[in-house]
Design a binder for this molecule. Structure first.
Ligand code: 9QG
Length: 153
């Protein structure tokens, strides 16, 4: 799977980036993010949200946050009515400061499955119905070369 398969591609977005997910989210769809972690990175985050309001802040279905500072980890969570839920923390970090990466978010009926550099990393069960998720954001210490959206058919 590569961005060459994507139906919609966003190239070299300015970070922080927020944009619509073309056609919304359905099981079988894939979002690919190709980027590089800066050498001095602390953290970055990918958010799949329900709208793009900042005040009040939109609900976040998937907040995916690799953290490089302290104990390396990946934190996932959801934001509902401006409150964070319970963090799901994986004490493993396949990203490296200064290195390029490819992250794939696969949309399943019951969960998101995230793979990094070709290896499955984690699964995050849906807290917000897929039909409410329409906005992609990426922010923090990251450079993004391409975001690709691959539809399910
Ligand atoms: O820290 O944790 C995820 O559970 C919070 C962070 C918050 C999230 C959250 O401050 O930061 O990572 O989107 C946010 O508000 C980010 C940048 C307990």
């Amino acid at each position: 799977m590569s961005v060459a398969n994507a139906k919609h591609t966003v190239l070299n977005p300015v970070i922080p980036y927020t944009g619509p997910i073309p056609g919304g989210m359905h099981p079988g769809e894939i979002i690919i993010i190709q980027g590089t972690v800066p050498p001095d990175a602390d953290r970055f985050q990918v958010d799949l949200s329900s709208g793009c309001s900042t005040k009040p802040r939109s609900d976040v279905a998937l907040h995916f946050s690799p953290r490089f500072k302290g104990s390396p980890s990946v934190v996932c969570n959801s934001l509902l009515q401006e409150s964070w839920g319970k963090e799901e923390t994986l004490h493993q970090l396949p990203y490296k400061r200064g290195a390029p990466f490819e992250t794939i978010i696969l949309v399943h009926e019951d969960a998101y499955k995230v793979a990094v550099n070709g290896t499955h990393l984690l699964e995050y069960k849906h807290k917000i119905p897929l039909n409410r998720v329409d906005t992609f954001s990426i922010s923090g210490n990251v450079t993004v070369h391409a975001i690709g959206y691959i539809p399910n058919s």
